[in-house]
Design a protein around this ligand. Structure first.
Ligand SMILES: Nc1ncnc2c1ncn2[C@@H]1O[C@H](COP(=O)(O)OP(=O)(O)OP(=O)(O)O)[C@@H](O)[C@H]1O
Length: 242
C-alpha cells in the first residue's frame, strides 16, 4: 500500500442475501483528499461508506484504512462517521448528546468542553446547545450529527450526504471548513447528490448499479466526456449518450 493512501478499497463485493449491491469496487483515497461518491439513489454509496467506516463487513474483497484492515474496533477513534439518518438521542439536549459521544471517544473535562464549543460554533448551533434535540429541525439535526463526527478530530471523516437539509449559506461555510480540515491533513470521503458540491471534491467516484463507472478529478471527468458539467459527465459514463 502506498504510504500516502488513507483509504484503500480493493475488489470489494457486497451482497445482502441474493441481492448483489456492490460489484468489484477498487479505489484509493490519498491522505488529505476530499473524495466524493456520486450516484443515483440505491446505487450502493451508503453500503460502501459503511464498509469503509467498519460498520459492515464486505462479502469479499478488502478495505484498508490508515493501513489497517477493516472492520477493526481500534479504528473507531480515527474515524468520524456521519450517517444518513441522524443517530441522536432526541430526548437529550445537544450538549448531553455531545457529552455522551465525547465520553465514548475518551474526551473529558476541559478538553471535551472546548471541543464541544468548537464544533457547535462550526455548525452554527452554539445558541442551541441546551435545547432538547426533539425540538431541533431536520437541518439542525444534520448539523449536530456533523458536529459529533468532528468531535474527536478524526484523521478520516466519512460523511453520508452531510449537507441534506442545510441552507446554502451554511452549506458554504461547512464546505469552507471541510476544505480547512483537508488542508490540515484530514482525509474526507463523502456522498452527495449536489453537483456543485461534487465540483469541490479533489476526486470523484461515479457509482451506478453497484459498479464504479469512473474515477477522476471533476475536470478530468468533464474533459474525458467532453462535457461542461459533472451531471452531463455522469450521464455519458452511465451510457445515456456515447
Ligand atoms: N441491509 C440491507 N439488506 C438488504 N438490502 C440492502 C441493505 N442495505 C442496503 N440494501 C440495498 O442495497 C442497495 C444500495 O443501497 P444504498 O443505501 O447503499 O444506496 P445509496 O446509493 O446510498 O442510495 P441513497 O442515495 O438513496 O442513499 C439498495 O437497493 C438497498 O435496498
Amino acid at each position: 500500500m502506498s504510504m500516502q493512501a488513507s483509504i484503500e478499497v480493493h475488489g470489494v463485493h457486497k451482497q445482502f442475501g441474493d441481492k448483489v449491491v456492490l460489484k468489484n469496487i477498487t479505489l484509493t483515497v490519498p491522505r488529505a483528499q476530499i473524495f466524493g461518491l456520486l450516484g443515483p439513489s440505491g446505487s450502493g454509496k451508503t453500503t460502501l461508506v459503511r464498509m469503509i467506516s467498519g460498520i459492515d463487513a464486505t462479502t469479499s474483497g478488502h478495505v484498508c484504512v490508515l493501513g489497517q484492515t477493516m472492520p477493526q474496533l481500534a479504528m473507531f477513534s480515527q474515524i468520524g462517521y456521519m450517517a444518513q439518518s441522524d443517530a441522536l438521542y432526541a430526548e437529550l439536549t445537544a450538549q448531553e448528546n455531545l457529552s455522551f459521544f465525547a465520553t465514548l471517544y475518551g474526551l473529558s473535562g476541559a478538553k471535551a468542553k472546548q471541543r464541544i464549543s468548537d464544533v457547535m460554533e462550526l455548525v452554527d448551533l452554539s445558541a442551541h446547545l441546551k435545547k432538547q434535540v426533539s425540538n431541533y429541525s431536520g437541518g439542525m439535526k444534520r448539523r449536530l450529527s456533523l458536529a459529533i463526527s468532528l468531535l474527536h478530530e478524526p484523521r478520516i471523516l466519512i460523511l453520508d450526504e452531510p449537507t441534506v437539509g442545510i441552507d446554502p449559506l451554511l452549506r458554504k461555510s461547512i464546505w469552507t471548513e471541510l476544505m480547512n480540515l483537508s488542508r490540515s491533513g484530514t482525509t474526507i470521503l463523502l456522498t452527495t447528490h449536489v453537483m456543485d458540491e461534487a465540483d469541490k471534491c479533489d476526486q470523484l467516484g461515479l457509482i451506478r448499479e453497484g459498479s464504479l463507472i469512473a474515477v477522476g478529478t471533476p475536470d478530468e471527468l468533464k474533459q474525458a466526456t467532453s462535457t461542461s458539467t459533472i451531471e452531463e459527465a455522469f450521464l455519458v459514463y452511465g451510457g445515456a449518450r456515447a
